[in-house]
Write a protein that binds this ligand. Structure first.
Ligand SMILES: CC(C)(COP(=O)(O)OP(=O)(O)OC[C@H]1O[C@@H](n2cnc3c(N)ncnc32)[C@H](O)[C@@H]1OP(=O)(O)O)[C@@H](O)C(=O)NCCC(=O)NCCS
Length: 227
């Protein structure tokens, strides 16, 4: 299994997107909403995916995932706390060590950037997380809200694309801009608008990636663009 961060382009691939949301045990979002959420999360959530090996039926598809939510504290000079979320391995691959593998990868990330790492889990997984150095501390509490106000995503996306037409000179002449480019611009504009909690840590992480990793990402991007 190859582990890397989730890319925006992954969510443009219908098969990848479907498998990713199934992995999360969440409803499958359409491309537009998935990209919108991706942009909103950018800067404060690092999502890692484990990709199936070449030559297997899961080749290039996500089979494991974990997210680290970065929270900048006011304490200790603005230290970051990491929250481990959405640890999932495909039901076809459980007990093969992949959960351990992707957690180890996420913990390497948190070791570099977070002063403290916390998570919430079911009692039967206590020992799984203990092997990654977690100790049981405090109790977890939660409150479920039945009918929270849903953010009006489609309205926000629409508003943002209208804003683009007014402010972005490249969209002044719609006849020269095809629909997908226009939507790309709208989504890019959203990325700028999204209130990010901690862009610098994520940027730092991306900058610290090795040249080989960057080349791999670039090649993968170009391959997907060609498909
Ligand atoms: C929990 C989960 C991520 C573990 O992934 P995995 O790839 O199966 O884990 P590993 O193969 O690395 O397991 C290593 C060890 O952890 C322990 N472990 C893993 N899953 C466990 C479970 N469901 N119950 C109890 N112990 C478990 C076992 O000791 C296991 O060793 P074993 O396979 O020899 O029994 C996976 O079962 C999963 O996706 N579950 C559904 C989603 C979920 O509950 N996520 C956690 C949210 S907090």
């Amino acid at each position: 299994m190859d582990i890397r961060n989730l890319h925006r382009t992954d969510l443009c691939n219908p098969e990848f997107r479907t498998q990713f949301f199934q992995l999360l045990q969440a409803p499958v979002l359409d491309e537009e909403l998935a990209l919108f959420c991706f942009e909103k999360r950018k800067g404060s959530v690092m999502t890692f995916v484990g990709i199936g090996d070449v030559g297997t039926e899961d080749q290039d598809m996500p089979i494991a995932t974990v997210s680290v939510v970065l929270e900048r504290k006011f304490l200790r000079g603005g230290m970051a706390y990491g929250h481990i979320e959405d640890v999932n391995v495909s039901p076809n691959h459980r007990h093969e060590g992949l959960g351990t593998e992707i957690m180890t990868y996420a913990m390497q990330f948190t070791k570099r950037y977070c002063g403290r790492v916390v998570l919430e889990c079911k009692p039967h997984l206590e020992s799984f997380y203990q092997t990654h150095g977690f100790i049981t501390h405090s109790i977890a509490m939660r409150q479920q809200n039945e009918k929270p106000n849903k953010p009006n995503f489609s309205r926000e996306i629409k508003d943002s694309s209208t804003d683009d037409k007014e402010t972005d000179p490249s969209t002044d002449n719609p006849s020269t801009v095809d629909a997908s480019t226009e939507r790309e611009l709208a989504l890019n504009r959203l990325a700028l608008k999204a209130k990010t909690v901690m862009p610098t840590l994520i940027q730092q992480y991306c900058l610290e990636k090795t040249e080989a990793e960057k080349e791999l990402t670039r090649r993968e991007f170009l391959t997907r663009r060609r498909q």
